[in-house]
Design a protein around this ligand. Sequence first.
Ligand code: PMP
Length: 424
Amino acid sequence: MDKRRCTILKSEELWNQAKQLFAGGVNSPVRASVKPYPFFTERGKGAYIYTVDGKKLIDYVLGYGPLILGHSPDSVKIKIAEQLEKGWLFGTPTELEIKLARKITSHIPSAQKVRFVNSGTEATMAAIRLARGYTNRNKILKFSGNYHGAHDYGLVEAGSAATEYNVATSKGVPYEIINTIEICEYNDIQCVDKKLRKEDIAAVIMEPVMGNAGVILPEREFLSGIRELTKSYNSLLIFDEVITGFRVSIGGAQSLYQIYPDITTLGKIIGGGLPIGAIVGKAEIIENFTPSGKVFNAGTFNAHPLSMVAGIATIEELEKEYPYIIANKAAKILVEEIERMIKIKHTINHISSMFQIFFGVDQVKNYSDAKRANKEYYMKLHEMLLKEEVFIPPSQYETIFTSASHTDDIINNTLNKLKKVIGE
Ligand code: PMP
């Protein structure tokens, strides 16, 4: 039988089953954006995803950010396997959580104490409650197109899949909660000044580098201005470094820009590809979590042993620096070459091992700019690359990531495919 036809059927057949079981066929919306139906993955190794249809894709999605070393690196796999022998859930403290917390506090400049949770969503939800409890204020200031997870407190003008699926402000979020959220455009310091002056803001929460409306960089004065303003109005500053933590540098965006928030939320990379989130910050603030304080947080799976060992092993590799050298070089070459290849109006925003391409616009400094970009062109690029077995995110409002597994050969191979696709 024609092998190709036979293999195409496998994802299609699974997709037909998935549609009967899951809303929109998936368990996280962006996955449904691969058309005409998502490919199903069997395994991943290094820079590659292997689909059930027998395809080997060069992966620039990398689990939406956690896999900075690439898929199933041996250094992490061994540690997970060792932990499996010992057991994987105890409901008691373990030495592992101390080890991972020490790694985090040694690298993230503003991190003195840590609370581990299970996802970035949980981290920002808890961080917002913590800020409200600490300041005895209710209002939160966020930025259009920043995404802080799938809970009520962030789903107002949220980026990522919330934008892709036209629910930037989700149905089901009570009006009373929406009313506690103030919004500014990214890089608009005047707006922040005005809001802080006028409202009693508990905290400003922000992605210090945006990764959920494509990549958007902060202007220096924007970050430093927010730090000064939040201090002078006694509001807390929360950096949501779920993407940027251990990605843009080992100390996150705060280390790169040398702007230090009061609270930082982490996720993705610190769990080495296993579920994780963390709220870190000044000891005096983090101490307000139960049981030492009155801001409730708890979790059956908090500080899960498997996530702890995967996180420790991942950070141990990052400490050797080579992952950043390889991943950053890969992104730099791709960006430089793509700049050369694309002849129509476009802009590429890039930092370390993350970038995004926007067609039809000269610059993208905020969410409105990102939404003006021609996302049909971007999706065309995604589709054509997928045919060439290169996987970039199926949404304009996500980030293209590189990893320590994206070696020169793989980048050259990608460039050849890009040349063909962009030429067409
Ligand atoms: N914050 C940011 C900046 C994110 O990018 C994400 C997810 N992409 C989240 C929070 C939510 O994290 P999770 O998907 O692990 O809940």
